[in-house]
Design a protein around this ligand. Sequence first.
Ligand code: MG
Length: 318
Amino acid sequence: MTARDAGLPDPHPAAGLPARVMIWEVGARDGLQNEPVVLGVEVKAEFLDRLAGAGLRVLEATGFAHPRWVPQLADAAELLGRLTPRDGVRYPVLVPNERGLDRALAVGVTEIAVFASATESFARRNLNRDLDAQFTMFSPVLRRAKASGLRVRGYVSMCFGDPWEGAVPLEQVLGVGGRLLEQGCDQLCLGDTIGVATPGHVVALLDGFTRAGVGVDALAVHFHDTYGQALSNTFAALCAGVSCVDASAGGLGGCPYAESATGNLATEDLVWMLDGLGIEHGVDLDALVRTSVWMADQLGRPSPSRVVRALSDREPHR
Ligand code: MG
């Protein structure tokens, strides 16, 4: 019997939460980009098709980084060409620079994301430029993307801590986020790249954006479960009104440039909590678990998701 058949978890709605959450599924890009195994394009296409079939509606499909730096995503154009268009399903892609934008526009992408850093150290290590210079790099990308009618998300990484700098001042995160919005981003995604956030910190940062005049509708959150806080942090963000949450099917991926980073919040773990809260999300949990079990086979290792492990264990628990 599946969890869904058994009606688990028993829903207990809590006051003050969004009625519906948009899950921004990052497994195919952030997840696979950070897995050591490089999968074939046909496996990735099937993965995305299965995720869409399970009800996910925003699938960050791939990225147009230089193949030398990110060989896992070298087949971006071919992969997008293999996807079956589905009504209501969006396939944003990560675009690091103008060259990446050129490649994305050439294959008809309608939605992109850029990847910014909240800290000087990570800007230098990940983007090879200083904190201010990242905006010079994004400026033509965002200007041309908006002129082409693309929807643009701005990732802000290292919002809650940086492995080289330690604590990250709230004002610094607000500053980076504000500049991305000024440059044309439609949404900011606040990333806890090394997984050190705790719920009070999440509330403080979201309050900071509210005070700066940035509504929660323009914000998304991206948590890592390094210290087991991803769901607690997500709940704090939901309580603050955020209704777009990143997650990675089966908990795929981490961040190779941040040594202490481990897995993304697993989509199944998020779905379980949303089900328990009676929040709509549109995802068929059992179909998603089957997809992650299949993907774990492709990668040759089990999924780190608690929910995947619990639901894929066919022996009854006592
Ligand atoms: Mg991540």
